[in-house]
Design a protein around this ligand. Sequence first.
Ligand SMILES: [Zn+2]
Length: 411
Amino acid sequence: MSNLEVNQERFLASIEELSRIGSTSAQGVTRFALTEGDRQAREWLQARARAHNLASHFDAAGNLFIYAAGSSQEPPLIVGSHVDTVPNGGRYDGALGVLAGLESLIRLQETKTLLTRPVWLAVWTEEEGSRFRSGLIGSRASIGEVTAAELNDPDAAGITPADALRSWGLNPDDIQSVARRPGQVHAYVELHIEQGAKLDVADLQIGVVTGIVGIRRYDVSVKGQANHAGTTPMHLRHDALVAAALMVQTVEQAVITSGHSDAVGTVGKLQVFPGGVNVVPGQVDFSLEIRDIETAVMDELVAMLQTKLQQIAAQRGVELSWELAADVKPAPLAETVQQTIAAAASDLGYSWQRMPSGAGHDAQHLARICPTGMIFVPSKGGISHSPAEFTADADCVRGANVLLNTIVKLL
Ligand SMILES: [Zn+2]
């Protein structure tokens, strides 16, 4: 079978055009979910779809579907990603996968490829979680895992996801109706920028994603004793911040030396109480996040850190407490889809490697109900969620070509 290729000029122009919707004065893009910018972006996608005789439809979760239907009643093959962004984000995160999906649907039609099953493009709602507290809302709704409480959890302006969906003429009360069960989707494939530097550093063109890492988050609290900074001698202090500082260093060292090269551990947020220039810190609350592709590795790292941090607490005479704040299971991706993506990349003559995804993606939810795969393309310098996010035109095109040919192989 000969390879199909996307229309480069049209595809690259579409990246440029979409990036103008929600463009910021700081050269970035801001499109929060279910806001005006998101609406404009998705109406622009609908208009492009219409121009190529592709039907489209919003579901009750605000997910936009564009259809290359075929006549078959078989379960659909879905490709997708998102067009919402972080504040002042880049032009490729999410958008690339959506635009490559649309270009793929158009090319399938132009080349009169026989569709033995429907092929759909999904543009998922609120992937980033930049507006509403919980991200990945649309893809989670598609597997029936969005709760009523979450739909009524307001954004900073007091607007809930349910309100926002109603303002788009959608009915959030029907959100359970969009849930799909195992067997109802043939496969799901998502093209995305890597958002890390592995492909760029290795000078490789395509990443075949093996799975999406799990995330374990803890709220850690260190309690010492607040006291006068002038009158409390050094040897009589129970300084919570000094203890926390040692703990932060220990997290870094322990993960580096754990022997698990894909594992990462991060303290990203830290609050000091009472937070006075002349007060010995009495309490420090910090976040601790561990990510890995294997639950067993996360368990091992957490157990090790609990021991090491407890030792520091004992040595420093402070109290330590942990509370689990989030536990997202790793999502291994289907071996069959990985092989298909790898074959598509090889057929096109592109270099590739298998790799885990350190960031969360809509695909992790679809993986629960159908064989799922992800295609990565290089992010220059590993930068994303920033106006400096950059993927070269040739890499965007290669990614889209791999997506298109993966679709054909999976039909
Ligand atoms: Zn994304």
